[in-house]
Design a protein around this ligand. Structure first.
Ligand code: MN
Length: 137
């Protein structure tokens, strides 16, 4: 199964980066509020540049003066399965098997040319209407 990672990125603004191993790279989305296990909380996920596969293991500090300067932690990681869809279809159904992200999510592009997607937990045995995000740091 392919891997995913969610980086907790303390840049100018704290955000989270969802990265999916796909097509030989890490397809990446910046999620300002982070993923939610609550199906009622749709999370904006802005597609950003692909990263190389080995970046999935990165934790550390991006130096001042470089893009994204600040501390990076692995908020969650694990395997995932693509249940349906593709990037081209602009609608993915993903089953995460992480420590925090579990079960089915939809990742849906908001409009044809936009980089803006929504990450939405689907109702299942792992969904949690009381979910609040816990920071590594
Ligand atoms: Mn980032």
């Amino acid at each position: 199964m392919p891997h995913f990672v969610v980086h907790e990125h303390h840049a100018t603004r704290l955000h989270f980066d969802l990265r999916l191993e796909m097509e030989g790279v890490l397809k990446s989305w910046a999620v300002p509020k982070g993923p939610s296990m609550n199906p009622a909380e749709k999370r904006l996920a802005v597609m950003v540049d692909d990263h190389e596969l080995d970046y999935a293991g990165f934790e550390g500090t991006i130096p001042q003066g470089q893009y994204g300067a600040g501390k990076v932690f692995i908020w969650d990681s694990g395997e995932y399965a693509l249940k349906a869809g593709s990037l081209e279809s602009e609608r993915l159904e993903i089953v995460f098997a992480g420590k925090k992200l579990k079960g089915v999510f939809a990742l849906v592009r908001m409009s044809g040319k936009s980089k803006e997607w929504l990450l939405i937990k689907k109702q299942d045995e792992f969904s949690d209407s009381t979910f609040t995000i816990d920071l590594i740091q």
